[in-house]
Write a protein that binds this ligand. Structure first.
Ligand code: CDM
Ligand code: ATP
Length: 284
């Protein structure tokens, strides 16, 4: 049996850092929405218990890839031996972009192999496993747009408008840990209450990583300045990607066509239900 599943991107429509915890992680308040754009993973059952991933990602060892780690973690959860899998990754999302590509790949692997291997683990168990792999994995496992608290694992469903986004990536790779450990990071934003009818660009919401990222990566500052000519532009996660929201696809595409050279990116629709979960439901 072969299973092909999407592994979508997320945006942090805003990201507030409300404190630093004793384990070094940071408490956040953030709003996650998915994009109808991302990587694709194909799973094929083996018979020898091995996990094999192709192709190799540049700069990531096979055994360090979050897909392989997720598959092995899942295999450890069951007392029977699993048949193994050949996994193929079609990578479209920029790495180190704040779009959660690696975390999304891990979540698609947990849900995909749970289905392929007929393990029948429930979503809560898969989300707990996901959190062991990264703070962003649980939202991809649960699959609904959400207000995130804690490190992003306490999730309350919300329904932000499903607008179109222009996502741009300056030519740099940003390490999440480096931004969170920066002495100049804002870590004391007062907690706010969940706004179920969130209206994206309300001025009281922002991304607290933006100042530090712009200081360390002037190319991100430049991309934000360029996109801000057309409306509010914001960083997602710890960058390097930024986004602007538009009511129509053509409005986003028109601006995309006039972008300066040296910037990559794409246009995609914001969606409140993950394309991964839609596909799994269709296959049921
Ligand atoms: C910035 C976000 O993308 C927002 O959605 C996430 O909080 C980051 O999630 P992620 O990439 O899955 O991050 P992880 O792989 O868990 O953490 C990478 C590093 O970032 C720091 N980190 C991450 C998340 C968090 N809430 N506080 C932190 O201080 C930690 O030093 C950690 O070692
Ligand atoms: N399958 C994978 N896809 C992408 N990156 C991976 C994967 N497995 C491991 N990694 C490592 O994780 C790092 C972060 O990659 P990712 O694409 O998730 O960044 P990101 O979008 O900035 O993440 P986030 O928004 O969660 O901070 C990469 O630089 C790479 O070293």
């Amino acid at each position: 049996m072969t299973l092909s599943l999407p592994s979508p991107a997320k945006l942090n429509l805003f990201l507030h850092i409300t404190g630093r915890r004793s384990d070094g992680y940071h408490d956040l308040q953030t709003l996650f929405q998915f994009l109808d754009y991302g990587d694709e993973l194909t799973f094929q059952q083996r018979q020898d218990g091995q996990i094999r991933l192709t192709p190799t990602l540049s700069g990531v060892e096979h055994d360090d890839n979050l897909i392989v780690k997720a598959a092995r973690l899942l295999a450890k959860q069951t007392d029977r031996s699993v048949p193994g899998a050949d996994i193929h990754l079609d990578k479209r999302l920029p790495m180190g972009g704040g779009l959660g590509g690696g975390s999304s790949n891990a979540a698609t692997t947990l849900l995909g192999l749970n289905r392929l291997w007929q393990l029948d683990l429930d979503i809560d168990t898969l989300a707990e496993l996901g959190l062991q792999l990264g703070a962003d994995v649980p939202v991809f496992v649960r699959g609904f747009a959400a207000w995130g608290e804690g490190v992003g694992e306490i999730l309350t469903p919300v329904e932000p408008p499903e607008d179109w986004f222009l996502v741009l990536k300056a030519d740099c790779h940003i390490n999440t840990g480096k931004i969170f450990s920066h002495p100049g990071l804002t870590r004391d934003t007062p907690k706010t209450i969940i706004a179920p009818a969130f209206e994206g660009d309300a001025s009281r919401y922002r991304n607290d990583c933006e100042d530090v990222v712009c200081e360390l990566y002037p190319e991100v500052r430049k991309s934000l300045e360029w996109l801000s000519q057309f409306g509010p532009a914001r960083l997602t996660g710890t960058g390097a990607c930024i986004f602007g929201r538009f009511p129509t696809e053509s409005a986003a595409r028109n601006i995309w066509e006039s972008k300066p050279s040296g910037i990559t990116g794409f246009v995609a629709k914001g969606v409140n239900h993950s394309p991964l979960h839609k596909k799994l439901t269709e296959l049921t």
